[in-house]
Design a protein around this ligand. Structure first.
Ligand code: HEM
Length: 130
């Protein structure tokens, strides 16, 4: 996926939402919600979720314009076998909904929530392999 381009004069979204600690807290809450939801949790059976959390943190940090580098698989490659198992827009919407609920619970301001959800939405076609 192509991340958003950092604008030099502006503080990155990553810094504006509180930096590494805020992103880590968001990922933990987000993953707990996803793994507790039987509509999507079965996709994660057999996945190493502790490792995934760390990958997701690195990925979101990168996507939010922060300092970490994401050097994992492309989102298309990472989710290809899930698409074969039936991953579709319905599941993507559910997971995106858990992300939205997470940042709302954390009190992230509306404008920044809009940016975060736009970044998440921009990955849809890669995640769904089309
Ligand atoms: C905003 C959309 C999403 C993003 C940014 C995202 C990001 C990621 C990343 C960075 C990885 C790790 C890739 C690697 O191994 O290097 C991953 C793996 C994974 N994702 Fe997602 N994901 C998204 C949506 C979803 C959805 C909708 C599901 C299922 C309901 C899902 C299920 C999984 C699973 C099960 C893995 C582990 C695959 C494996 O280890 O075999 N993801 N995702």
């Amino acid at each position: 996926m192509d991340g958003p381009t950092a604008v030099a004069e502006e503080q990155s979204l990553f810094d504006r939402i509180g930096g590494r600690d805020a992103v880590n807290a968001a990922v933990d809450i987000f993953y707990d919600k996803v793994l507790a939801d039987p509509a999507v949790s079965y996709f994660f059976e057999g996945a190493n979720t502790a490792l995934l959390r760390n990958k997701q943190k690195a990925f979101l940090t990168f996507a939010f314009g922060g300092p970490a580098r994401y050097d994992g698989k492309s989102l298309r490659d990472a989710h290809g076998h899930l698409v074969e198992r039936g991953l579709d827009d319905t599941h993507f919407d559910i997971v995106a909904g858990h992300l939205l609920a997470t940042v709302q619970e954390l009190g992230v301001p509306e404008a920044q929530i809009d940016e975060i959800m736009a970044i998440a939405s921009s990955t849809r076609n890669d995640v769904l392999g089309r």
